[in-house]
Design a protein around this ligand. Structure first.
Ligand code: NAD
Ligand code: UDP
Length: 438
């Protein structure tokens, strides 16, 4: 009796009956018998299981459902998005991705996806709602080009060199990995050759094993210093096999050869794009290409450097046009090489004046020695792309340049000063030169 009274006193200190507080006070203040302690353990276990397995998951599910699947959600309409990229300095807006049903969502690998062209292609594929894997060794790629996707559930980054083989389950491979600007690809010519040859063969092996469709980004450089102008896909080119550009030109030529050998011998489903000079935001400010160099020089009122007499010509396309072309080629039925470029042709001298005027620059124009084997003319014939893909460039060079100028102004504001890469500047210096400069 005494014991029961003592217990009563302890159990109900405030004489409050049937509340949660009561329950937890009970647990804290009593020294229960073995039977009660067993009962309590069971109750705690049941409560734990209920919270862990039932309440929390339903709470999470309801949060996700309200955020990602609105009540009017239908998996196949353009109106339903998942906004999960993060804003960055280079992509200040949140990118909105489409949500695809399982049967339509592809596993797509983009080699070189952290580079200039690759990162824009990744944006398009991600926004369409596909699962995208970027495979890149960051030789010329930049993490900031893709950082807005790093937390997206559909995005994966694999830091990997394409000269090494890799196993991956994929439906499509966009094979872009390869340095593209002359100073970058001439920096380590042997590596450039390995990237184009071993890298392409590794990707073809993968495509063959998993039955993926593979697109190679070849180049107008396979036409060399062309004797036919403008260049149709049927032109075989004029390439020096042992010049400073040959590591890139011949690398891409043999990569094309491998694509067609795998198609004919092993039925690999292939696509080949021959890309002409492309420009836009996310070009590497030190890649030494004509567009980035001229804009960066002009914005800083530094001398604009023309190599040779400036009579050589190039045709420039804006990056979004190229991305649309690559996408149309990959998803169309045509498997022969296709030129992707804007036939709007300029001499380098004209182009220098054009950029000087657009930037309102006080730069002078200076002439430096011509680079060996620098093609004297380049302009694509794009009839095949028009006929087979229904593609042609939409962005005027002037409009594209305006966007590129804004981009490089931002890069300059961040960096303070940029000294553009000159001819041969990226080449490793001979040992004696390094020692004497110390
Ligand atoms: P880029 O240098 O910006 O991008 C190339 C990417 O490939 C980079 O991210 C780089 O880190 C990566 N890479 C290089 N070697 C690699 C390796 N061994 N393993 C893994 N990753 C590697 O160049 P870009 O302008 O974006 O060019 C992309 C593709 O388009 C290239 O194949 C290039 O040959 C082709 N292309 C571009 C142009 C152009 O004007 N931009 C013209 C013709 C062809
Ligand atoms: N070029 C130039 N000044 C520069 C950079 C490039 O005159 O600062 C010339 C280069 O010699 C070539 C053209 O511009 O004739 C295009 O060069 P880029 O490196 O952009 O690409 P390419 O078409 O040669 O691969």
């Amino acid at each position: 009796m005494r014991m029961t009274q003592q217990l009563k006193h302890r159990v109900r200190p405030n004489n409050i009956v049937g509340t949660n507080r009561d329950f937890f006070d009970n647990i804290r203040n009593t020294k229960p018998s073995r039977g009660r302690s067993y009962l309590l353990s069971v109750v705690i276990l049941c409560v734990g299981i209920t919270i862990g397995y039932v309440c929390l998951p339903s709470l999470l599910l309801s949060t996700l459902t309200s955020k990602e699947t609105p009540s009017n959600y239908h998996p196949d309409t353009q109106d339903n998005y998942r906004s999960e990229s993060i804003p960055t300095v280079t992509t200040p807006i949140v990118m909105k991705t489409h949500r695809l049903v399982d049967g339509k969502r592809l596993k797509i690998m983009v080699t070189g996806g952290a580079g200039f062209v690759g990162s824009h292609l990744v944006d398009k594929l991600m926004m369409e709602g596909h699962e995208v894997t970027v495979l890149d060794n960051f030789f010329t790629g930049q993490r900031k080009n893709i950082e807005h996707w790093l937390h997206h559930p559909n995005f994966s980054l694999v830091v990997h060199d394409v000269t090494e083989s890799i196993m991956r389950e994929v439906d499509q491979i966009y094979h872009l990995a390869c340095p593209a600007s002359p100073p970058h690809y001439q920096y380590n010519p042997v590596k450039t050759i390995k990237t184009s040859t071993m890298g392409t063969i590794n990707m073809l092996g993968l495509a063959k094993r998993v039955k993926a469709r593979m697109l190679l980004t070849s180049t107008s450089e396979i036409y060399g210093d062309p004797k036919v102008h403008p260049q149709p896909e049927t032109y075989w080119g004029n390439v020096n096999t042992i010049g400073p550009r040959s590591c890139y030109d011949e690398g891409k030529r043999v990569a094309e050869t491998m694509m067609y050998s795998y198609r004919d011998q092993s039925q690999v489903d292939i696509r080949v794009a021959r890309i002409f000079n492309t420009f836009g935001p996310r070009m590497h400010p030190n890649d030494g290409r004509v567009v980035s160099n001229f804009i960066i020089q002009a914005l800083q009122d530094k001398p604009i450097t023309i190599y040779g007499d400036g009579s050589q010509t190039r045709s420039f396309q804006y990056v979004s046009d190229l991305v649309d072309g690559l996408h149309a080629l990959m998803n169309g039925g045509y498997d022969m090489p296709v030129n992707l470029g804007n036939p709007d042709e300029y001499s380098v001298k004209e182009f220098a004046t054009y950029i000087k005027d657009m930037t309102n620059s006080k730069s002078t124009i200076v002439y430096l020695p011509k680079n060996q084997d620098d093609p004297t003319q380049r302009k694509p014939v794009i009839q095949v792309a028009k006929d087979q893909l229904g593609w042609e460039p939409k962005v005027k060079v002037e409009d594209g340049l305006k966007k590129a100028i804004i981009y490089f102004q931002g890069v300059l504001d961040e960096a303070g000063e940029i000294i553009p890469t000159g001819p041969g500047a990226a080449k490793p210096k001979p040992k004696e030169e390094i020692i004497s400069s110390i």
